[in-house]
Design a protein around this ligand. Sequence first.
Ligand code: F6P
Length: 545
Amino acid sequence: MALKTINPTTTEAWKKLQAHFETVKDLQVKDLFKADAERANKFTLKQGEFYYDYSKNRITDETISLLISLAKEVGFEEAVEKYFTGDHINQTEDRAVLHTALRADKNAEILVYGVNVVPEVFEVREKIKGFSEKVISGELKGYTGKAFTDVVNIGIGGSDLGPAMVTQALQYYKNQLNVHFVSNVDGDHVHETIATLDPETTLFVIVSKTFTTQETLSNATTIKNWFLKHATQEDVAKHFVAVSTNLEKIAEFGIADDNVFPMWDWVGGRFSLWSAVGLSISLAVGYNNYEALLDGAKEMDDHFRTAKAEENVPLILGLLTVWYNNFFGAESEAIIPYTQYLARFSAYLQQGIMESNGKGVDRAGNPVDYQTGTIIWGEPGTNSQHAFFQLIHQGTKVIPTDFIGFINSLHEDKDHHDKLMANFFAQTEALLNGKTKEQVVAEFEAKGVSKDEYESLVNFKMFTGNRPTTTILGDKLSPKSLGNLIALYEHRIFVQGLVWNIFSYDQWGVELGKQLASGILKDITSGEISEHDSSTVNLLKIYKG
Ligand code: F6P
């Protein structure tokens, strides 16, 4: 049974939220703090490795209660069970959505087409473990008998972003293997990477769920051709492994059966780092750390599935997105990690969130008449403060922002970490309180600046404040806490897609460009330009010289 089709704007809760919005939209959150000494405690949840303080959002008790009613009215509880138990909630592809099965307990039973998939998942996990250990220890060797020093992950989208983000995030836990990522079909990407590699000591992991993706197959072919200039066809078996559902295409590429790590159609690309797609993570940080990442995600899964609505972190944070997107008209959300290790976190979530919820047709197949998917962006703090924070502080848009930080740094440089975290706390405080005219004037006067001199500057130096932030504060960045964090955003995606009445787990919107590119490639290589709009024809002529 698929998810229910309920237009959220027709629910009782939505109507009440509309009326409620009119009464709270101009409230100053700083006044709400003054009026309620318990506000911070009330709107902070501790779950797994993190505190989640959402008290600096433009909400009251009633907002949360109405948002929860909205979730209930669109069938949240029933939908979560469908999500975790393998119902085909990816209806347009007729597939289950079971990335959660990849981190389930060994004794769990999760049925897909009547078959428990958990044993298969653990078989593949064992294979990842054994293979990673052999590569890391040097037991597995390249074609000239040398241990591997480098690993290249060849994939794109979900077959690249997750492993690349996590490998960078867990760099502190890394072993001696250098792990590279080649994704772009831009030849400069692959050739720059090859230039640093020694074919005798490099292992290539081709990751493609479909094994038909142009970028990945082109890069894999270029790399194989380069490899064959140094080694023989037989040696390919020692240096190339593949992760895919498409066993036929893998065989065509010449990869040995033993070197194939299967995955399943019930794992979406952007949620696949928990499957063998995460092989390069396990190679980079060792299987135990990889397993701790999965355990961290499972902890969040259990919480999401069982917690009361008022204490359910992904539910509440997911609903806050709906609140801002559909009532305040916010178009984007910033995600700002205060750790350089999470430099790719926002890029990773751009695919997760925007490929999932960037949909304009509802579950009944009709165009929606309300806003869906938010635009996601972000860079690590403090770099982002010196780049785009101006717009978050004084621009004209509402930009709900997640601040992610840790109490302890990994290199234990307290001086640096205290400075970093002082910025972390200062930013959310500044966004909350802003700076009033009186404060600006008082600052000028304290410096002895005359009224004539400062008067024309006052408006520029004021900050309206009341800019919503959520603080996500953990003890330290570890495989487990990272697992918590990624799964949190995965479940937020589910909550939002459910409320917006869209299908979050397909991605038809990426097809048209791919389709046209294959026709245009023929135009470029054949000498004949087929029929296009005149702009495209002109541009192709210029390109072809
Ligand atoms: O860009 C679309 C997409 O299908 C993503 O959803 C996916 O992660 C990516 O392409 C890569 O696909 P594959 O793993 O099949 O090569």
